[in-house]
Design a protein around this ligand. Structure first.
Ligand code: RP5
Length: 171
């Protein structure tokens, strides 16, 4: 069984990528959630529009580098998750970043409306989406990693306990 965190070589197993440094405010929640699960991951700015060659290279080499899941966040004309998915068979979870002009509806539709054959698992706009993309990545890894499965179980149990222990919203 693979141990908690990295693969056998200790390399990152999840790639957290985003279209701009300005997306970090959202995507840091994906990174923090992965860290909480003890999952070794890398964080990179890869722009579909400003660095298209880097995007192709990142996606084309990700699997051979040991990456097993990609979490990709972008805003506006958010082509990053879809183009990554076009270049790699790895599961790609897309996070629509809340844009200034259209509140993230543009990001959401850009990421969700993929043509049949190239899937992107699309999450909610913003922080919830970033957190849940990381939890889904953990769920994928947990299928073959008992330590990640245990971390995920512990996270969910603590979340449930926190709600049950605080029933009065005024307290
Ligand atoms: C997208 O354009 C990025 O994902 C970002 O959400 C948006 C704006 O980028 P900046 O102009 O802030 O760099 O590619």
């Amino acid at each position: 069984m693979i141990s908690n965190g990295g693969n056998e070589a200790g390399a990152p197993r999840v790639g957290v990528v985003m279209g701009s440094r300005s997306d970090w405010e959202t995507m840091e929640h994906a990174s923090a959630t992965l860290a909480r699960m003890g999952i070794v991951h890398e964080v990179r700015v890869v722009s579909a529009h400003r660095t298209p060659d880097l995007l192709f290279d990142y996606a084309a080499t990700a699997r051979d580098r040991g990456i097993q899941v990609i979490v990709a966040g972008a805003g506006g004309a958010a082509h990053l998750p879809g183009m990554l998915a076009a270049k790699t068979p790895l599961p790609v979870f897309g996070v629509p970043v809340q844009s200034k002009a259209l509140n993230g509806m543009d990001s959401l539709l850009s990421i969700a409306q993929m043509p049949a054959g190239i899937p992107v698992g699309t999450l909610a706009i913003g922080r919830a989406g970033a957190t849940n993309a990381a939890l889904l990545a953990a769920s994928v890894l947990a299928l073959h990693d008992s330590a990640v499965a245990a971390a995920l179980d512990a996270f969910r149990a603590e979340q449930t306990r926190t709600v049950l222990d605080n029933p009065d919203p005024r307290a």
